[in-house]
Design a protein around this ligand. Sequence first.
Ligand code: ATP
Ligand code: MG
Length: 563
Amino acid sequence: MITESIRKHALRNALDHGKADPKAVVGRVIAEFPEAKKDMKGTMGEIVKIVGEVNALSKEELEAEISKYSFAEKKKEERGLELEGAEMGEVVTRFPPEPSGYPHIGHAKAAYLDWSAARKYGGKFLLRFDDTNPEAESQEYVEAIKEALLWLGIDWDKESYSSDRIQELYGYAERMIGSGSAYVCNCKPDEIKHNRSSGKGCVCRDLGKEEQLARWKGMLGGSTGKGESVVRFRGDMASDNTAMRDPTLLRIIETPHYRQGTKYRVWPSYDFGAPILDSLEGVTHAMRTKEYELRDELYFAIIEALGLRRPRLVEFSRLSIRGMPVSKRLLKPLIQKKVVSGWDDPRLPTISALRRRGITKEAIKNFVLGFGLGKTESNPTVEALLVENKKILDPVSERYFFVSSPVKLAVNSAPKTKAKLKKHPEKDLGFREIETNGEFFISGKDASNLEVGSSFRLKDLYNVRITWKGPELEGVFDGTEVKPGPKIQWVVAEPGMLEASVLVPGELVDGEGNPIENSLRIDKGYCERECANLPEGQVIQFERYGFCKLDSKKEMRFIYTNP
Ligand code: ATP
Ligand code: MG
């Protein structure tokens, strides 16, 4: 059987690449037959032999033979990740975050797409910090981005910083100025804006090369001040594509840079740096969100002006979630103005907030990769993510009781019994044992549905019939036999009860991006005493309430994760 597997994968590899390579075959064979690892020498010997036979076949023979074999179904996340012109082992992708804030679920989408595509094609995945705007960036954000990626299970083959290559980028800028494909513009920002919208060129555009290069030296050397000069691409001021109306390639920013200090005062724009670095770093498939589509023409115009290798551009839709600002530009002011408690406030779509809230990386991955490389705009609600998360939490989370806005219930003539409650309805996660004394708290919501004469069951304990309803409830013991009807969660009323609170995140912003008031609700009540043994960070299910993560053990504060 193992020889069949070797043959099958050798055939596939030969068809994909012209010749099969034992190194490419071995991984696939071991994935199917893990025991082949025990005798690697024997396995490799067999693979080399079969690869030799397969490489002697013609293309027609390969095709005829491979049709006899079936290949395992591709995983869901691999579907929708087909790249045009991708060759096994040759794909290079990159994720280029600007370290100007904490990463959010939109970044997870971009990073998972880049990373999965590279892994699918056995290629390389690069992490490039696109840090060419000293005013917005910091080392704290670099660390936050790396930490989030590692938590998501995304590893990178190489890490780079655009700001480490400024000198080289200056060289390319000078070449473009020298060849006339860029020029130095000294017009006021207002004038530039006006000319761009009316489609007119300015006098700077027509100055000779000597003057242009002198102006460029002035920018680098410090004789021109901030906002006095910019390098612009010589595009077409009358182009229908406004991105081609002589966009800015480099500008003066004198704020010290978190990594380069005061070494540079001229900084490349994204439009200028991205195509050059993609080309230099060997990127084959440069992925970016759809809103950059208009800038594709500029991307290739710069590549062409410099005679560089052309990467392919692949666009995908930008993720937005109703009620959540999925953009650093929108997130940053909320944090600075203290509308939220920080980057990990549970209402936010940042990776640190989702993680703190108990959203698993598997759920994030399934959710974002579910959109694939499609360009259709998606504006899902957070529910779709929570549904994915529930699939993961439900089978493994212990069950406990929590009563919110508690109301006291005294049960007359009740037996003192010990309840033995399963921690999970199906899985064997053990039990908790609770001594009862006839006095309980139930949730305010359950209490409000009970009237004198109502019968119900205290879950996994016994039945009760209500005999009196005031601010508190009184009832009588009504047997132990399980009957149809409501089953209500309870906590024993006793000294030393465990007070607990749950932060319940709601939609933070409205359609216009304005903060919604009271978007974070706090439910207060009691949880059963067994919860005192939970480790901080654990996700559990409070029955008939929801999945919650223990956020602070000291304060017994939970965060509401999921319905
Ligand atoms: P932001 O508004 O969050 O600052 P950005 O695009 O300026 O967005 P970058 O750090 O420059 O943020 O983005 C790095 C990569 O992540 C880019 O390829 C970008 O297209 C992608 N990205 C950013 N936000 C989203 C999103 N909401 N959905 C999908 N991809 C995104
Ligand atoms: Mg950006």
